[in-house]
Design a protein around this ligand. Structure first.
Ligand code: SF4
Length: 478
């Protein structure tokens, strides 16, 4: 365990995140140095402790840089994103571009202030310039985007921390759930009639767990209430191939959906089984081909690097198989161990019980902790694979506890980049979010201030409290 002592209660989150980035498998505690009881308790409960002190009297940037240089010297590691702990590194670069700094000045600043590697600086610059170019085509400052969450999935994936209920056990509430979404749509129709709707994104969960008539009902209602004439992009995540049917694709096409995602995560059947996705690679290929046959010309695919048991050769295999399908957009995720996921639970238990496995999905002899890794080489293979398909990076974000301390990157063909992804990631536009577990964000254009309100996660509570959910939005947009 790493114990970091501080004099004042300041920058705790940043200190914790940086230590965790250098010591991903160790517990990290940041404690006030005069909290002797807490220090004694930690010492009593843990035998293997390394204690260090940091000086929080300096500025945040100075503090993070000094911790980074110190830990880098101690561990011999350089982190690709240096001491950046935030999830939106491209935002910093965007702001510098807006301040009319030259590329050379930005490179120097990112190096000097955050110790970011040359590769990641080049990547952020490229993405920030591309994002600015893509956003030029919409008057995003005066518009808004809409997100609808469908919190049902065929099964729950091992790494999932989203709001997701197995459709099998919840199919009897789906119609009532749609009725609640319709109430929220009524609120949007009434309160945003003077604003331009730029993009619509139905995500989840897995929206394609809805039956064709339910999809038609929901999208039909949306289009009857809101002005779609200026909508630049209408995405429906169809992530799980085991939820896709020709009828659903036909319905979505007929209703004007312009972009879908069909997500493999990996092209290895053994891994799919291990991560609880319960679909096969051949189902994925069939669903993808069906979507092409039905005329979808903007299909996104998601893959995850660092899945249990996978190494560089598996990533290379996945990329070769994806190349044969030739998607328009590819999002490369680095596995993140998210709180609330089964994976986090298993890792926690494994830590406490040694090699004992906590899930029926795993071979009892497998030590999952040793089986999860993401490397520079794997990132390179994915990047090269995307480039071979003519896809270029267009958005990027990081997550807490992300494998290898890397990032998630979206690549797309020219003209196929997901505009919603940029809007939400760069936080440049208000996003009104409907459905259980969604978060609405109000972006105040003039001073960059952002305020949020959330809908409760529990689907039944959401339905019971639908009026309160709408009221929260009313207050946010007063
Ligand atoms: S498909 Fe997505 S939302 Fe559904 S369980 Fe898997 S990761 Fe979670």
């Amino acid at each position: 365990m790493q114990v970091v002592l501080i004099k004042e209660d300041k920058y705790t989150y940043d200190i914790h995140s940086l230590y965790k980035a250098f010591y991903p498998t160790e517990d990290v505690k940041v404690i006030l140095e005069n909290d002797l009881d807490k220090i004694d308790e930690v010492k009593r409960l843990n035998s293997d402790i390394t204690v260090s002190s940091v000086d929080v009297s300096v500025s945040k940037n100075e503090l993070k840089k000094s911790i980074y240089l110190d830990l880098s010297a101690k561990t011999g590691k350089n982190l690709p994103w240096g001491n950046l702990t935030g999830i939106r590194p491209t935002r910093i670069v965007m702001n510098l571009i807006e301040e009319e700094k030259s590329d050379d000045e930005i490179v120097q600043y990112m190096k000097d202030t955050y110790c970011v590697s040359d590769e990641k600086i080049a990547l952020s610059l490229k993405i920030a310039h591309r994002e600015k170019e893509i956003l030029k085509c919409i008057d995003y400052k005066n518009g808004y985007s809409l997100y609808l969450g469908i919190p049902f999935c065929p099964t729950t994936c091992l790494y999932c921390s989203f709001t997701s209920y197995p459709i099998g056990a919840f199919s009897n509430i789906v119609d009532d759930y749609i009725t609640c979404l319709e109430k929220e749509i009524d609120y949007v129709a009434e309160n945003f009639k003077d604003k331009t709707l730029d993009t619509v994104y139905i995500g989840g969960g897995t929206p394609t767990t809805l039956e064709p008539h339910q999809l038609e009902r929901l999208i039909g209602y949306l289009k009857s209430k809101l002005d779609f004439s200026k909508v630049k992009e209408f995405t429906v995540e169809s992530g799980r191939p085991d939820s896709i049917t020709r009828d659903k694709l036909k319905t979505m096409k007929k209703m004007g959906v312009t972009r879908i995602s069909v997500n493999p995560q990996t092209m290895r059947d053994e891994t799919l089984k291990l991560i609880g996705r319960r679909h096969t690679v051949s189902q994925l290929i069939d669903a993808y081909n069906m979507a092409r046959e039905e005329g979808f010309d903007n299909i996104n695919m998601d893959i995850i690097l660092g899945l249990p048991g996978e190494g560089a050769s598996d990533v290379a295999y996945t990329m070769e198989e994806i190349k044969k399908l030739d998607p328009d957009d590819l999002t490369v995720h680095s596995l993140a161990i998210k709180r609330g996921s089964k994976l986090a639970e298993i890792m926690e238990l494994a830590k406490h019980r040694g090699k004992e496995s906590a899930s029926g999905s795993f071979d009892d002899n497998k030590d999952i902790l040793d089986d999860i890794k993401n490397t520079e080489e794997m990132m390179e293979i994915a990047l090269k694979g995307a480039r071979d398909m003519g896809l270029e990076p267009y958005y990027l974000y990081r997550q807490k506890n992300i494998s290898g301390n890397f990032e998630n990157t979206g690549y797309a063909r020219k003209g196929k980049a997901g505009i919603y992804n940029i809007l939400i990631n760069e936080e440049v536009q208000s996003i009104v979010a409907l459905g259980a577990g969604t978060v609405t964000k109000r972006v105040y254009g003039y001073d960059g201030r952002i305020e949020r309100c959330d809908n409760v996660k529990d689907v039944k509570l959401y339905m019971e409290q639908i009026d309160e959910m709408i009221d929260r939005k009313r207050k946010l947009f007063l």
